[in-house]
Design a binder for this molecule. Structure first.
Ligand code: ADP
Ligand code: MG
Length: 726
């Protein structure tokens, strides 16, 4: 904060970011993808956030309050200091900005009432508690203050007094005026005196009930208007002459002691018109204004699908916010600020009302409210950018104090009373001096102070030293007369001025106000049209982009088609190949079929052959069996014959022995004959077995040939069975 030579300080608009947590409504109505958290806070750099959108973006602010932050944290960290500034006599403005349902009203407490839980209380009730606790503290007991509240709504570029009694028509019209010093004055607005927090809350609740709310798709109780709740405080402050009297300073909080010194310091910088010093010091009237601004939703008109009256509201809401954006740009963009001499405050009622708060004489805090879920990403980024620009706005702030002066009748009265007392004291001291025959130094000081402090002191006898009591009485009378005539005069003057000028001013104000309304509406309509054109342009761009995408798609499709054609031709070749193969297979199949038929034929033949050969084999076997039987018979016969032969041989040998032993020839002849016969028989018998063995040999040959045939037949049979199986 820097202090310029004229007693004002340069300070930047501060920005706090508040991230709303997912509410039950969000969880019930948003898809899980839309609920994805896209804003992350960073504990290493607590006042910056990262947006995880299409691209990663980082933003920094004066304060960042994450989804878990409480109302209490927001208040103690960002607001308490501003309430102290307000008590010091600075104008303060807190603006809540953000799309519908992002938590503006919740944070500000604009709709709070007496039944709200202490944890959920917003900024307004908390600030009021601090304010009244401080003012009611012992240290401020001797201090005079007056607090008034007002509640105004800007709806469709109309200013509505939310605390006004009766119906809308009967209420006086609120107009905006700028005085010769450039201060913005809100005329016709009820300012209601309040004495406690409860008073404030009851007026706040009554006013917020009057606020225009309507249903849109985005929020069932969406605020469709901007609302400004204002607290106006005027304090009679003692600033001391050289050494401030400790009891007269309001030391509410530890930091306030330091602040009070600063006030004393900065007040010495003030260009005071006239110093009227008493022994006690200087009294000043400090007037400060605290504006709590709850702006309507910043969302684009098209997102609310608003039509008719709602669309008209949307136009003026967006018009106001757009004008606010332009003002912020003009004041906040460091590049623009160098060249821009005109700040478009008059573009909307909103910016006109907030003229002092933006680039003027007020400490300003913007609370940018966002939701951390993906469904609101575009609006969130808009809000973040908007708020970021606001940080560049420089305000020039000073305490709004005025020495209690000549146009303050109340003050004059108290001054006269004071003078009377002084005169009384003087009288008393004179009486004692006349008795003592000398005057005191203190009375000299007292009369000097009286001379210094009286208005038009040259017309009043100032040097009371040595004057008679009658003269003092005259002085007293003169003073009373002066007081009366002054109050009458000032009353008359103000009355006549009021009577003469007020209607004219009112007429002009009405005219100016209606012209401004018209102008603002025309501007809003123009802005709306421009927005529509921008939307159309965006749509056109979008369509062109889509067109381009389609063209690319068509090209891709063409490429795909040519690839498909190519693939089709290769497929055709492949199919032909397959057909050829199929043909060949078919032929092979036919061949196979024929082969199978042949084989079947052969098989059946073989089966027949087999049957034949089986019967043949059986025949052969029976024959073989027969032959074997015969062979056995033959063998038996052979054996018999051999036995016979052996017997014969035995007989022969016997005969031969007999022959050898025979003594005569006859006997020998007889034996010889017998022997020959026997030999013949023997030969015969030997021939017979030989014949038999020949036949036997033949049979054996037949049998072996039959066996060979049988073996071959079996082999053929096996082969056939093998073919059949395969
Ligand atoms: P706006 O005024 O921006 O349209 P509101 O303040 O009405 O939004 O908030 C919308 C809803 O979200 C309300 O029900 C409110 O109670 C809730 N809400 C907003 N901020 C918070 C928060 N920080 N914590 C819990 N609930 C919140
Ligand atoms: Mg709201």
């Amino acid at each position: 904060m820097t202090t310029n030579g004229k007693g004002s300080e340069r300070t930047s608009v501060q920005v706090a970011l508040r991230i709303k947590p997912l509410t039950n409504d969000d969880v019930n109505f948003l898809s899980s993808r839309s609920q994805r958290q896209v804003i992350t806070t960073n504990s290493a750099s607590p006042n910056s956030i990262i947006v995880q959108g299409e691209k990663k973006q980082q933003f920094s602010y004066d304060y960042v309050f994450g989804p878990e932050s409480t109302q209490e944290e927001v208040y103690t960290n960002a607001i308490v200091k501003l309430v102290e500034n307000f008590l010091d006599g600075y104008n303060v403005t807190i603006l809540a900005y953000g799309q519908t349902s992002s938590g503006k009203t919740h944070t500000m407490g604009t709709a709070d009432n007496s039944s709200i839980s202490s944890d959920s209380k917003g900024i307004i009730p908390r600030a009021m508690e601090t304010l009244f606790t401080t003012l009611n503290s012992m240290q401020c007991k001797n201090q005079k203050f007056c607090i008034k509240v007002s509640f105004i709504e800007i709806y469709n570029e109309d200013l509505i007094d939310l605390l006004g009694e009766g119906d809308m028509e009967s209420r006086s019209q609120v107009t905006i005026r700028e005085d010769s010093k450039g201060t913005i004055l809100w005329n016709g607005l009820q300012e209601i005196k309040v004495n406690s927090v409860d008073d404030v809350i009851s007026h706040l609740a009554r006013g917020s009930l009057n606020r225009q709310v309507g249903a849109t798709e985005m929020n069932s109780k969406s605020s469709r208007s901007h609302a400004i709740f204002s607290v106006i405080m005027s304090q009679q402050k003692f600033v001391g002459s050289s050494t401030p009297t400790p009891t007269a300073i309001r030391p509410a909080t530890p930091s306030r002691l330091a602040d009070s010194k600063r006030i004393a310091r900065s007040s010495s910088n003030l260009n005071l018109r006239m110093s009227r010093r008493f022994d006690e010091g200087d009294w000043v009237t400090v007037t400060s204004k605290f504006h709590f601004v709850d702006l309507a939703g910043s969302e684009r008109l098209k997102r609310t699908s608003a039509v008719g009256e709602r669309a008209k509201e949307g136009i003026s809401i967006n018009g106001g916010l757009l004008a606010l954006g332009n003002v912020i740009s003009a004041l906040g963009d460091p590049n623009k600020a160098k060249h821009v001499t005109h700040v478009p405050y008059r573009d909307s009622k909103l910016t006109r009302l907030l003229q002092d708060s933006l680039g003027g004489n007020a400490k300003t805090l913007m609370i940018a409210c966002i939701s951390s879920s993906e469904s609101n990403l575009n609006e969130t980024i808009n809000t973040l950018k908007y708020a970021n620009r606001a940080r560049n706005i420089k305000n020039s702030i000073s305490i709004n104090q005025e020495e209690n002066g000549w146009n303050d009748l109340e003050h004059l009265q108290s001054l006269v009373l004071k003078l009377r007392n002084e005169i009384k004291t003087l009288k008393a001291s004179l009486n004692s001096s006349s008795t003592n025959g000398s005057s005191t130094g203190s009375s000299t000081n007292g009369t000097n102070s009286c001379r210094n402090s009286c208005y038009n002191s040259s017309n009043i006898t100032t040097d009371v030293n040595g004057k008679s009591n009658t003269e003092i009485e005259m002085l007293e009378e003169q003073l009373i007369y002066l007081q009366r005539s002054y109050s009458e005069l000032s009353q008359k003057a103000s009355d006549s001025f009021q009577v003469a000028v007020e209607p004219v001013i009112e007429e002009y104000e009405k005219l100016i106000s209606s012209l401004e309304s018209q102008l603002a509406l025309t501007r809003a309509a123009l802005i709306h049209t421009e927005n529509l054109i921008k939307d159309q342009d965006l749509k056109l761009d979008y369509i062109e982009e889509i067109n381009l995408q389609y063209k690319n798609l068509i090209n891709d499709l063409r490429n795909n088609i040519s690839q498909l054609i190519e693939r089709e031709s290769t497929n055709e070749h492949y199919i032909k190949d397959l057909e050829l193969k199929l043909d060949n297979n078919f032929k092979e199949h036919n061949l196979d079929k024929n082969l199978i038929n042949d084989l079947k034929l052969k098989l059946s033949q073989l089966k027949i052959n087999n049957l034949n050969s089986e019967s043949y084999i059986k025949d052969l076997e029976s024959r073989l069996e027969l032959s074997e039987k015969q062979l056995i018979e033959i063998n038996k016969t052979v054996e018999r014959l051999e036995i016979k032969l052996r017997n014969k041989e035995d007989n022969y040998n016997e005969l031969k022995e007999k022959f050898d032993l025979a003594e005569n020839d006859q006997e020998k002849n007889l034996l010889l004959n017998e022997l020959n016969n026997h030999e013949e028989k023997l030969i015969l018998s030997s021939i017979a077995p030989g014949t038999l063995s020949l036949k036997d040999e033949q049979d054996r040959l037949i049998i072996s040939s039959l066996e060979i045939k049988l073996f071959e037949l079996q082999k053929t049979h096996e082969k056939t069975i093998f073919y059949q199986l395969n």
